[in-house]
Design a protein around this ligand. Sequence first.
Ligand code: PMP
Ligand code: GLN
Length: 379
Amino acid sequence: MESKLPHLGTSIFTYMTGLANQHNALNLSQGFPEFDAPVLLKQRLAHYSEQGFNQYSPSSGIAPLQKQISALIKRKYGLDIEAADTVTVTSGATEALFVAIQAITRPGDEIIIFDPAYDSYEPAIELAGGRAVHIALQAPDYSVNWQQVAEAVNDKTRAIIINSPHNPSAKTLKANDFKALKALLIRHDLLLISDEVYEHIAFDDTPHISVLNDAELFARAFVISSFGKTFHCTGWKMGYCIAPKLLTAEFRKIHQYVTFSSFTPAQLALADMLAEQGEHVDELSGFYQQKRDVLVDALQGSRFTILPSEGTYFLLLDYSEISQLDDMAFCEYLVKEVGVAAIPLSVFYQKAPNDKVIRLCFAKKDETLVEAADKLCTL
Ligand code: PMP
Ligand code: GLN
């Protein structure tokens, strides 16, 4: 059979985690927490399953979870949303991204994405018959040149995908970025997909700016989040998409045939978690900022150049003083010879720059971070 995606292989996360396991290395490559989900969340999951809540839920999600999500949005971003018409619970942010892209992309449409870009955007665009237009952000700053974005817009442009806080650069978009973005979207009547899976992980007392902070931006947007990141349960694959009523209607037409509905006991447990322990969400930035600082402090004696991490649970390191290997070869060397698995940045680019930058995930126990840093300090 002729492949629909001939240029795609196995994802870098599967590859690097496989290598880490094979070589018994500390796995700071694939982004997932080394610590467990909150006790209440696990107890409620078991409870609801035990109580017999094991059948399909409504396709767009159970009402108590939709209600808790809209209460969180109101509390965090001040926006009133009508949950029943705008909030759709999905099987992870990955599903939400895929469905949103399918919902808006017509054959020949162009969707602008920023490199380094999370790896699921482009295949979803291609499968919908569209074309991803890549705008490369430059190390070490990774800021967006909005003039360059404006120049990439043409008659075929349908939407822009943003991701703040950004995986893998750990950069966040600022108020001036949103101002420029909004002007562009309105001028060209474009849609927006905002991947905000790290919305609750923003550092140094700089609150996350959401598309939901701005009713005008939200009017043309799909805002996507992930409970996996927020509640340390990436394996549950639970997330959601918030979009205005008309966009949600299109989103739901597809969601119902991709998966119909998401894991019922997890929805009930997440609704309880948000209602009873909402402080977990508020404490997440501080929790991860401490982890970032443990890793940064432990790397002080190393020859890596540490790039700023403004949010997410990732930290970029420039290794140009240590090796001239390309970043994939350097990561393979690290995992095999040094015992630390990392992700090379070049895999997130259409045209990889010759940067010598790798990504570490610091959603790990402090002792793992210190042990990994000790190994890296030997280089
Ligand atoms: N977007 C970004 C930027 C991510 O880092 C991730 C998680 N790796 C996702 C989307 C997917 O989230 P989920 O695991 O909920 O599908
Ligand atoms: N989002 C995670 C990361 O960036 C990985 C998700 C996955 O394995 N697909 O590392």
